[in-house]
Unconditional design. Sequence first.
Length: 335
Amino acid sequence: MPEKESAELSIIRLLKDAGGESVSGGDLSRLLGISRTAVWKHVKALRKAGYVVTACPSKGYSLSFEAKSSPMPFNAIEINSGLETAFVGKKIFFYPELDSTNAKAARLARDGADEGTVVIADFQSAGKGRIGRKWESPAGVNLYTSIILRPGIAPFDAQKLTIVMAVAVAEAIEKYCKKRPVVKWPNDILIASKKVAGILMEMDAEADHVNFIVAGIGVNINMNLSEMPPDIRRIATSLSEAFGQEISRIEFTRTLYSCVEKWYKKFSENGFPFVLTAWRSFFASEGKRVIVKGFNRTVEGICAGVDATGALLLRVDSGKVERIISGDVDHAGGV
Ligand code: BT5
């Protein structure tokens, strides 16, 4: 998989910088270090990908910004231009296909990638959920992204970042959806009781120091549920299904990165309680009867909220309040 920006993306970047003016084939060939025939081949591929590139023999190539009949292709350039963040998404590694964006981001982080670097794939062949579960990742419809964070916290505080990411994802989704999303502890975002997004936090740490965290976020944007396996169809939804129309993946991705940056900054500047208050406004389990399935036991009781670290509090039938740090929450009768 190439790490370098592809020739096609470089051509689009140069044509965009020209603001609709023509760039000669000779200039493109010189700037990219490829032949003029190769430039022409890439222009043909760009047209196929949906860009309107005009070729004029005497002037060269220009990009039309008016022909918006088809949406702009989903790629790093489109996401990057118009992104209003200071660091999240400033460096984008975009792939048409990957095994898992989390796995790729962890490799990049180990090699020293900056905080805020993101990985996006249009399709994941081995998208990961928690504890070895699978994340369905069809091509052309959703967002699969991983964000590298270097928060300078101790490992026991890392759980808090799941809450930070959940607020960010819920807030981004809320901007596109008439219905207010709900967070299901610890990492699910639901609309009308169905899962629209999931978060997978993975950490590389020493005993007392986090080297990096990869925040993996999967959001169902325009996914057609009828194409999903029946078990997923029953429990999942997408933004387009909930909103009733197609949503631009480019715009949604930019919105998500802005929300992630906003809540990550609030976490470091205002502290975790501030984030937790926002998170609680999306949380609907408090006071409800829930079943929590953990690694080796299942507990049932009334949800008594979350504590100051983000752990779930469960009042079991004996009256005792148990503190739960991992597991899956099920509601009798939906969230
Ligand atoms: C999650 O796990 O919800 C975390 C999902 C994180 C996915 C992102 S995509 C980008 C990044 N790269 C990765 O490889 N992963 C991250 P968990 O709570 O364990 O939920 C997994 C369960 O959700 C599965 O067992 C299914 O029941 C269900 N599921 C799978 N695909 C789904 C989808 N597309 N939409 C809704 N539910 C899904």
